[in-house]
Design a protein around this ligand. Structure first.
Ligand SMILES: NC(=O)C1=CN([C@@H]2O[C@H](COP(=O)(O)OP(=O)(O)OC[C@H]3O[C@@H](n4cnc5c(N)ncnc54)[C@H](O)[C@@H]3O)[C@@H](O)[C@H]2O)C=CC1
Ligand SMILES: CCCCCC(=O)/C=C/C=C\C=C\C=C\[C@@H](O)[C@@H](O)CCCC(=O)O
Length: 252
């Protein structure tokens, strides 16, 4: 896929994996709409990326993915500024099973909202030009993260959502392809104080076991993997990126 001049909207773009996706897309000539709930860091990142890759190529939209009208405004603003939309990356996520309703609302419902909006604004059946949706899930969908059952469930659901919408039936209807990228353990700010993010302090032993054989990878590695997946991923495909290795397609 030639990314030059393409426009991508990325959620959770102010930090971690979303930031790495954004920078990698800019390096390949795309324009990015950085969407994040955190406007202080978001504006700062937009300034930094703008200075590096051209101010006209970077936009920041403050947006909470749990709030449909705000999310809708981010789509409208992106299209108003860049005049097109080609790629939607539903990446914003949290990991805290103690606040499980919020976790489900961000990690699953947020992806559903982003997907519905992507079809509305890019779907050929709705007057759009078609495009690509990339969802971020986690390797926890294939190897359950025992210490965070609810976080694991949201990732299962996102993979199921992507596979169903990724079917050729929806591609024929809308001209929109859907892919899912599942990172393994990645060095980001997702875990701040694990003790407070598990449902019970007794789950800490399970957390240690969950991560025992994993090699932490950088968010930049996941960013580079996105470009490979965008280039060769068929609609409905599921991509695992873990231990700093090249992306590999998961076939069940
Ligand atoms: N870090 C890891 O080891 C892994 C992360 N993931 C997934 O990658 C995605 C990104 O996570 P990281 O970059 O690691 O986390 P991070 O915490 O570094 O970045 C997440 C970003 O999302 C934003 N965000 C949080 N709630 C939001 C909301 N309601 N609306 C809009 N933006 C919101 C945050 O402000 C932050 O900028 C998540 O979906 C996570 O589940 C998947 C596998 C492994
Ligand atoms: C094996 C679990 C895969 C699923 C990963 C996932 O979805 C969520 C992971 C959440 C947290 C990531 C934390 C990253 C932490 C790093 O900042 C680093 O501090 C961890 C170091 C652990 C190590 O052994 O290297």
């Amino acid at each position: 896929m030639d990314l030059k001049g393409k426009v991508a909207l990325i959620t959770g773009a102010a930090a971690g994996i979303g930031l790495a996706y954004s920078e990698e897309l800019l390096k390949h000539g795309a324009k990015v709409s950085l969407c994040d709930i955190d406007s202080d860091i978001g504006e700062q990142i937009a300034d930094e990326l703008g200075a590096k890759y051209g101010r006209k190529n970077v936009l920041f939209c403050q947006c909470d993915v749990t709030d449909y009208p705000q999310y809708e405004e981010a789509f409208e603003m992106t299209i108003k500024v860049f005049n097109r939309l080609d790629i939607v990356i539903n990446n914003a996520g949290v990991m805290n099973d103690r606040f499980w309703e919020l976790e489900v609302d961000v990690n699953l419902n947020g992806v559903i909202r982003g997907t519905l909006l992507a079809y509305r604004f890019m779907g050929k059946d709705r007057g759009g030009q078609g495009g690509t949706i990339v969802n971020t899930a986690s390797t926890a969908f294939a190897r359950p993260q025992v210490s965070t059952p609810i976080y694991t469930a949201t990732n299962y659901a996102v993979v199921g959502l992507t596979r169903a919408y990724g079917d050729q039936y929806h591609v024929n209807l809308t001209g929109v392809r859907s892919l899912v990228l599942c990172p393994g353990l990645t060095d980001t700010g997702l875990v701040k104080e694990i003790r407070k993010q598990l449902m019970s302090s007794e789950y800490e032993a399970a957390w240690q076991r969950d991560n025992a054989n994993c090699k932490t990878q950088s968010s930049e590695h996941v960013g580079r993997a996105l470009i490979e997946i965008l280039t060769k991923g068929q609609s409905g495909s599921v991509w695992v990126v873990e231990n700093g290795q090249a992306p590999r397609e998961w076939r069940g």
